[in-house]
Design a binder for this molecule. Structure first.
Ligand SMILES: Cc1cc2nc3c(=O)[nH]c(=O)nc-3n(C[C@H](O)[C@H](O)[C@H](O)COP(=O)(O)OP(=O)(O)OC[C@H]3O[C@@H](n4cnc5c(N)ncnc54)[C@H](O)[C@@H]3O)c2cc1C
Length: 462
C-alpha cells in the first residue's frame, strides 16, 4: 500500500465511453492532477473506433457549430497522461473485473444507446422505427448503416416532442441544398434527396407548455426552405393549470415556444414542397397494417392534474392518419453491462453523486459513473460537464481517504486484448481515420465523409 498519485503509484483511472461525459471526466481528472501535483493517468475505452459518442453520432449533421465542442475533447486527448483504447467494448472484449483489477477507479460513461418503446399494437410492423435508428443511419453509425426507411411514403409521423424528434422532422423536411455540404452519411443523403415524403407530423401527448423541445430548435423549423408549417391555434389554448405553469419563471423556454407556435399558426399554408404539422394532445394507440404500417390511430387527450403534475388522459375520441413511416422518439434508455448494477426501469446505473451502488444500496468501491447512464437521458452536451465534475469530486475524495496498492493501468490490458484478437484503435490510429474521412469529404465538398463500417475504419489503418 502507498499513497496514490505519486510517481511510484500514479492514480490510474479507466473511463468507459468517449462521449461528452467521458471527455469531461477525463478533463476534470487531469486538471485536478495538475492543480494538486498528483500524478493521474486516464485510459479511455470506447466500443467504436471513433471517439466522441453522440457528438459524432447523434448531433444533427446540419448543426456543425455544436460539433465544434470536439476541439476541446481533442485538447484533452493530447495530454500525455491520456490513453485512448478505441474498438474495445466493456462487457464483451473485457470484463468489469479485469478493468477494475488494473485501475484504482473505473468511471462508466456509456450513455443511453437504446430507445423507449410505445408499447402499442402494431409497433413491430415494418415501417415503425426508433428515432435512434434513423439518427444513427443519417449520422453513419456502424450499428445502423444497414437500416432502410421507406421514404417513398407520402406521410411520416414522429411521435415525441423533444429535440431529437425536432431533428428527425428537420432532416426529413430538408432540401438537398440544406444537407449537401454537411457530414451526413452519403447513403442517407442519396435516399433523402429522392424522398417522396410530403407531410410530416410531429405528435405530442401533452400541450405546448409541456413540450420538451428547445426554442432555438423550434424556431429553426420555421426557417426551413420550401416547408409550410401547420399548427392548429386551438391546440395552443391553455387550461388553467397550464396558465399557472406559464406564470412560473422556470417555463420561460415554453413561453417563447408558445409565442413562436402562435406565429406559426398564423402563417398562410402555401404551396411549399412539404408540410410540417406540429400537433398536441394526441397519443398513438395503434399502428395498423399487415406487414407494413399503413395507418396510425391517435387518441385525443385532455390534461388533468395540478400545475407541473399534469398528465395526458385519453378522451376516447380517435382519429387516423395514413402513413407507412412512423418514428418513436419518446426517450432514450441505457443498456446494462454484465458485472455492473443496473436499474432496468430507469435505464441507469444506480449511484449516489456518481458512486455506483449495488442492489443493497451499498457503494461499490472504485466504481463510478457519469453522463446519461448516471442520470438518465436528459440534458445537453454541456450539462455533462458539471455532472462529470461531481463524479470526479466524489472519486478524488474517496482516493484521499485511502491508501491504495499500485495498479498497472491500461498497459496490463494489452496482452489480454491481443490474445482475444481485439484490434485496439489508439489515438494516433483515430487521427489517421479522421484524416482519411476529411480527405474523402473534400471531393464532395463535405467537412468529412464518415466511414460507416468498423471494418473499413480498420482497413484504412492497415
Ligand atoms: C439524437 C441526439 C441529438 C442530440 N443533439 C444535441 C445537440 O444538438 N446539442 C446538445 O447540446 N446536445 C445534444 N444531444 C444530447 C447529448 O448528445 C448528450 O447530452 C450527450 O451525448 C450525453 O453524453 P454521454 O457521454 O453520457 O453519452 P454518449 O454521447 O452516448 O457517449 C457514450 C459513449 O459510450 C460508448 N459505449 C457504450 N457502451 C460501451 C461499452 N460497453 N464499452 C465501451 N464503450 C461504450 C458509446 O459508443 C459512446 O461513444 C443529443 C442527443 C441525441 C440522442
Amino acid at each position: 500500500m502507498s499513497i496514490v498519485g505519486t510517481r511510484q503509484n500514479p492514480l490510474r483511472v479507466a473511463i468507459v465511453g468517449s462521449g461528452p461525459a467521458g471527455f469531461y471526466t477525463a478533463a476534470a481528472l487531469l486538471k485536478a492532477g495538475r492543480k494538486t501535483g498528483r500524478l493521474v493517468t486516464v485510459d479511455m475505452l470506447e466500443r467504436l473506433p471513433a471517439p466522441f459518442g453522440l457528438v459524432r453520432y447523434g448531433v444533427a449533421p446540419d448543426h456543425p457549430k455544436i460539433k465544434q465542442v470536439i476541439d476541446k475533447y481533442v485538447n484533452t486527448a493530447q495530454d500525455p497522461a491520456f490513453n485512448y483504447l478505441g474498438n474495445v467494448e466493456l462487457g464483451k472484449d473485457l470484463s468489469v473485473d479485469e478493468l477494475a483489477q488494473s485501475h484504482h477507479a473505473v468511471v462508466v460513461c456509456t450513455g443511453a444507446a437504446t430507445d423507449r418503446r410505445l408499447d402499442i399494437p402494431g409497433e413491430d410492423l415494418w415501417g415503425s422505427h426508433a428515432a435512434t435508428a434513423f439518427v444513427g443511419w443519417y449520422n453513419a453509425h456502424p450499428d445502423f448503416c444497414d437500416c432502410t426507411f421507406d421514404l417513398s411514403q407520402e406521410a411520416a409521423v414522429i411521435v415525441g416532442h423533444g429535440n431529437v424528434a425536432v431533428d428527425v422532422c428537420r432532416i426529413l423536411a430538408s432540401t438537398a441544398d440544406e444537407l449537401n455540404h454537411t457530414d451526413i452519411a452519403e447513403h442517407a443523403l442519396e435516399a433523402l434527396v429522392s424522398s417522396r415524403i410530403r407531410d410530416i407530423y410531429m405528435i405530442g401527448r401533452r400541450g405546448p407548455t409541456q413540450a420538451k423541445f428547445g426554442h432555438v430548435e423550434l424556431r429553426e423549423l420555421g426557417g426551413l426552405e420550401d416547408v409550410d408549417l401547420v399548427v392548429d391555434s386551438k391546440d395552443l389554448i391553455l387550461n388553467s393549470a397550464s396558465e399557472a405553469e406559464f406564470a412560473d419563471r422556470s417555463t420561460r423556454e415554453n413561453q417563447k415556444n408558445l409565442r413562436t407556435l402562435k406565429e406559426f399558426s398564423c402563417r398562410p399554408i402555401g404551396n411549399g414542397g412539404r408540410r410540417l404539422h406540429i400537433r398536441f394532445l394526441e397519443s398513438p394507440v395503434e399502428l395498423g397494417g399487415d406487414e407494413q404500417v399503413n395507418t396510425i390511430v391517435l387518441e385525443k387527450n385532455t390534461l388533468k392534474g395540478e400545475p407541473f403534475h399534469q398528465v395526458a388522459v385519453g378522451t376516447g375520441e380517435r382519429l387516423e392518419l395514413n402513413t407507412g413511416l412512423v418514428f418513436r422518439s419518446i426517450g432514450y434508455h441505457g443498456i446494462p453491462i454484465t458485472g455492473l448494477p443496473f436499474n432496468a426501469r430507469r435505464g441507469i446505473i444506480p449511484n449516489e453523486v456518481g458512486r455506483v451502488l449495488d442492489e443493497h444500496h451499498h457503494v461499490v468501491p472504485g466504481m463510478y459513473t457519469a453522463g446519461w447512464i448516471k442520470r438518465g437521458p436528459v440534458g445537453l452536451i454541456g450539462n455533462n460537464r458539471a455532472d462529470a465534475t461531481e463524479t470526479v469530486n466524489a472519486l478524488l475524495s474517496d482516493v484521499d481517504k485511502s491508501d491504495l496498492e499500485i495498479k498497472p493501468g491500461g498497459q496490463a490490458l494489452l496482452p489480454l486484448l491481443a490474445e482475444r484478437g481485439v484490434r485496439i484503435v489508439d489515438y494516433t490510429d483515430w487521427e489517421k481515420i479522421d484524416a482519411v474521412e476529411i480527405e474523402r469529404g473534400k471531393t464532395r465538398e463535405k467537412p468529412r465523409e464518415k466511414f460507416t463500417r468498423v471494418e473499413d475504419m480498420l482497413a484504412a489503418l492497415d
